[in-house]
Unconditional design. Structure first.
Length: 432
């Protein structure tokens, strides 16, 4: 029996109709057989390029207008500081409105902010406020997109690979995005580069609007937005398994960011110059990208789950080698090894998404994204303060030791509460 429902009103058939067959190509190639994922992937790359260009051009523009290094540096800080606020207070948006509408709306809002930045008469204070506005909605956009991936790819191995691939693209922007943005500013003015940012956000909005299905909101009628957001956060953190899995995804990045932010100081300490700074800042990202590509392409889901907790325990241990103040090449090897341990996330990602009930998924992903950015900012600040007191080598080595202990304790807690194999819904969201 056929229906006369318009395409947007037809029930979403779910990921089963779009997931490639099990005998398809191995690894990440399977993702590109899913039409919706192809649109999400290209939209992610476009908006990420726009963000990188905006950060560089805005920093240059603010410095030219104000002559203040502090204000110029503040443009980067404002890309991180509002994450905690937006992720905590606005996370309810991800569940109470249709996801495609949220994604397109966030892109259009960011495009409008970038357009106002590009206007010739926009003052420095307004530029900083607009940058803050973009950062405020970023966790909502990223959380909604990650939750939508479970609709597009299911909550099994394809979701893990899709999330990993988007993360790899983001890591790759660390290696090439800033350099590409710098080259771009030799051709166009900072405000001209911001116009390019507007185009990338509009392109992302168009791709998501035309290339993804209309799906209903996950949760409706839950009262005021603030109450919905905070109640979701309380439910998530009150649950023992969800809490430990989220911490497993937060704690290693909080510690691993320290050697990156101290790269310039360490390069000066061992006398390797500017080129050494760039290598030290990129080495961990190279290790992360290589290990995720290997784990996603070669290892089976069962193997990735089996090694997740042991790998999380050892990922920060190589940083202890900084205690003997190694030269450039040994330091790069240590950072590569530490980055390679990040492959543990492919196992934990799957446990995490399987533990979250459907009506909380958008809020969980938004809160996770906001927390990840926030803890890295906290880790960078504390690492800088520690380096002032104890020196760079001792600080990085201490971070490796302390981080490894924290990860081991979290892994033991995950084993104790069965976080690796029991969904949140099995115990009715009770506190454990």
């Amino acid at each position: 029996m056929t229906t006369d429902l318009p395409s947007d009103a037809r029930p979403d058939p779910g990921p089963a109709t779009t997931t490639p067959a099990s005998d398809g190509p191995a690894g990440y190639l399977r993702l590109f057989r899913v039409r919706e994922f192809r649109f999400v992937f290209v939209a992610h790359a476009a908006s990420l390029f726009g963000v990188v260009v905006a950060e560089i051009s805005l920093s240059v523009l603010v410095y030219r207008l104000s002559g203040s290094p502090l204000l110029s540096a503040l443009t980067f800080a404002l890309g991180f500081l509002p994450y905690a606020v937006g992720g905590t207070l606005l996370s309810g948006i991800a569940d109470r409105y249709p996801p495609r509408r949220v994604l397109v709306g966030c892109d259009l809002l960011c495009a409008a902010c970038a357009a106002l930045m590009a206007l010739p008469l926009t003052p420095v204070a307004a530029l900083l406020a607009l940058r803050c506005a973009i950062a405020l909605v970023s966790p909502v956009f990223n959380g909604t997109r990650m939750a939508t991936l479970t609709d597009v790819l299911g909550d099994g191995d394809l979701f893990v690979l899709g999330r990993s691939l988007l993360r790899i693209v983001s890591q790759s922007s660390v290696l090439g995005g800033l350099a590409l943005g710098g080259v771009l500013l030799t051709v166009v003015t900072p405000r001209g580069a911001l116009v390019i940012t507007v185009v990338t956000f509009l392109g992302s909005a168009a791709l998501l609007r035309l290339g993804t299905r209309r799906r209903p909101a996950r949760a409706r009628g839950q009262g005021a937005l603030l109450r919905t957001s905070l109640s979701g956060a309380r439910r998530l953190f009150a649950h023992r398994r969800v809490r430990v899995l989220m911490l497993l995804l937060w704690v290693p990045p909080m510690f691993s960011v320290v050697p990156e932010v101290l790269a310039a100081a360490y390069a000066d300490e061992i006398g390797v110059g500017t080129a050494g700074v760039g290598l030290l800042m990129c080495a961990m990202a190279v290790g992360t990208i290589g290990s995720e590509l290997f784990a996603g392409s070669v290892l089976t889901p069962a193997t990735r789950s089996r090694i997740a907790l042991p790998l999380a325990c050892v990922t920060l241990l190589p940083l202890i080698g900084y205690a003997v103040t190694p030269g450039l090449v040994p330091a790069l090897l240590l950072l590569l090894l530490a980055g390679a341990g990040s492959a543990y996330t492919l196992g934990v990602d799957r446990w995490f998404v399987e533990a979250i009930p459907e009506d909380l998924r958008g809020r969980a992903m938004t809160l996770h994204n906001a927390g990840l950015m926030t803890v890295q900012g906290v880790g960078a600040a504390l690492g800088g303060a520690a380096a002032e007191a104890f020196g760079v080598g001792a600080t990085v080595a201490g971070v490796g030791a302390l981080g490894a202990v924290c990860c081991a304790l979290l892994a033991l807690e995950a084993r104790a509460c069965g976080a690796a194999n029991r969904p949140m819904g099995e115990t009715g969201l009770t506190t454990m």
